[in-house]
Design a protein around this ligand. Sequence first.
Ligand code: GLC
Ligand code: CA
Length: 558
Amino acid sequence: MEKKWWHGKTAYQIYPKSFCDSNGDGIGDLPGIIGKLDYLKELGVDIIWLSPIYCSPMADQGYDISDYYNIDPQFGTMEDMDELLAQAKKRDMYIVMDLVANHCSDEHIWFKKACEDPDGPYGKYFFIEEWHQGEPLPCNWRSYFGGSCWDKLPGHEDRVYMHLFHKKQPDLNWENPALRRELYDMINWWLDKGLAGFRIDAIINIKKLLPFRDFPADRADGLCSAQYMLDEAEGIEVFLDELARETFRKHDAFTVGEVFNPRPEHFPMLLGPKGCFSSMFDFSTAFLGGSDKGWYAAEDVTPDRFKETCFASQKLVEGIGFYSNIIENHDEPRGASRYIPAGEQSETSKKLLAGLYFLLPGLPFIYQGQEIGMEDMPFTDISQVDDVNTISEYQVALDAGLEPKEALRLVCRLSRDNSRTPFQWDGSANAGFTAGGKPWLGVNPNYTRINLAQQRGREDSLYEFYRSLSALRKDPAYRESLVYGSLVPYLPEQKNLMAYYRKGDKTLLVCGNFQTAPQDMALPGKVKAVILNNLPGYEAEERALHLEGYQFLVLELE
Ligand code: GLC
Ligand code: CA
């Protein structure tokens, strides 16, 4: 595979609003991030992805952009952004921003102009249709945040516009070359400024099935999931190829796509040397247990399903390109709460989960707070939740007949706000996130126990283990095998054992006992060295390894 600058690096996602607040207003900001660059460097981070910090009315926490060329004042100024780029560069770090191009905010000037004159040039930047009271809407697709994807165009009784997400996020019409040009110019403007690349939001939605048409309803609301139309819409590759050609390729940018449910035939077009993006997230485990019906029908994930899913998903990109691997992000609950069975969360089990996903082929992403093992939030009332999507899913659960208490339990398990609570820096008030008043979202009460200060420098901490993982992938002795080596599952049928080889110039065996009870694992050959262990020791015989509960080992074999 052609070597790229980002191979072998470690990436980190910052959710700016919740990372570090420098001025005491309860909202994380750019100066806060700049102040933590040395910390991230120490952790071993090279690439930093910032969730949106552009001007936004924050209907969807910045994923509704009203000005792509400016920083929202709550996060700082463009001078702060320039300073962040400069300070990152000084430390050999790369900044990646979120590119939200499927939709903008209804407060963006384009949408305002479209409302003023839907038949003028800006009307064609969106999907606006004629509609009269009493008529069916153009189609019955459901918005991802609930309800129809059509809403009345402000100021017009006889027009509707499409929004696949929140109604304050009108979809942009990629069929219009003028709109595409505006987006490319904006992307190049940022890349020229020194940005290393983008995480590309909701990109698979840019191609709509035209003309609009209904699909059979899949819930009592008479609507259908937008996935049906995505499955039938043809031609996204033409848009993506033009996008890459006009922007990313010219800059050798690093790009990672947020692509849900990719079609297997699309993989070579999506990632790898011939792909439109450098990489894309592997969401296969994030989707586990989910139901089309809603959160109330979601199931728990078992260690074996986690394992099978990782291996099957990796197989799809073998020889094509590298995934970006995650166990959580700002749209998911905390990985430690989700993938480790309830009640078994400890630094040891969290290290196992960390090691298992981190050493798969691909680029490991750490989501802020993951490195210290932050867990889901024990919300006690729905009023503590901010996220639009959660509030909609909570309602769906109530409508399905759940008691408020049960619906709240789902929120604690599945809400996006679980991962959006402030970073737990130390054991002081507000976990050291803000020197001032009230954080915009409540701090997880477990911060006195789980915080960075408590782990930094403690040799056996989860945080130090993440540092070792990052260092191991960069170690000249193992880099070739861990970055470019093949993945071969080992004893995939053995229950609650997740083990795999990484075979390159060396043969490494990554193995984890994904349960509290000890278990033995047959050894395929002689152990030359133990290069990582999440417990103080280990027991091996000639042909067998005894693994303690949640023990995780990386072995070099002869
Ligand atoms: C992506 C983002 C999510 C946002 C949505 C709409 O899925 O990660 O946070 O709500 O797109 O932009
Ligand atoms: Ca602030």
